[in-house]
Ligand binder design. Structure first.
Ligand SMILES: [Cu+2]
Length: 178
């Protein structure tokens, strides 16, 4: 009985991994900031005066986060589940998640499939950091937002990962009804 439970858990975990695929686009994001004045930035920009990370539906997107501070930053992406594919340059295949702690003076690379059209917040989950600047959007091209039904069909065709199909359909329903 116990063996069967472990086996089911193992199968479920494997389904939550991204399929192997090279990223179509890689964004580099530098986390920076200071205690005096107390302000925290991504790529030297402070919310709300920031530029968006541009992504296109169907892309495998990688975000390489470099932490140039002595504080850890729990970076959180809305709208997508991502997989951590490297920490401090060492490759790994972590479980899929929506938040990852970027260690002080370290780096984390995340990857996800852009399969959920929308304008999604990407920010440090330390709210004092977010409120003083450490936030931006991951944004698709404006032409995609204007035609959501077409982009959703294209995204559904694109990746062939069986394990993520359920998550995609659930998220697409949310987009269609919002
Ligand atoms: Cu932070």
């Amino acid at each position: 009985m116990r063996r069967r439970s472990i086996s089911r858990w193992s199968v479920a975990s494997k389904r939550l991994l991204l399929c192997r695929r090279a990223p179509d686009v890689t964004h580099r994001v530098i986390c920076a900031g200071a205690m005096t004045p107390y302000a925290w930035s991504l790529n030297g920009e402070y919310w709300p005066n920031v530029t968006s990370l541009m992504i296109a539906t169907g892309q495998r997107v990688a975000i390489e986060m470099l932490n140039h501070t002595m504080m850890p930053h729990p970076m959180h992406l809305h709208g997508h589940a991502f997989q951590v594919v490297a920490i401090n340059g060492a490759p790994l295949a972590s479980a899929v998640r929506d938040t990852v702690l970027v260690p002080p003076m370290g780096s984390v690379t995340m990857a996800f499939d852009a399969d959920n059209p929308g304008r999604w917040a990407f920010h440090c989950h330390n709210l004092y950091h977010m409120m003083t600047g450490m936030m931006r959007f991951a944004t698709p091209r404006s032409s995609e937002l204007a035609q959501p039904s077409r982009t959703i069909r294209r995204a559904a065709r694109s990746p062939k990962c069986v394990g993520l199909r359920h998550q995609k359909s659930r998220r697409h329903r949310i987009v269609l009804t919002s």
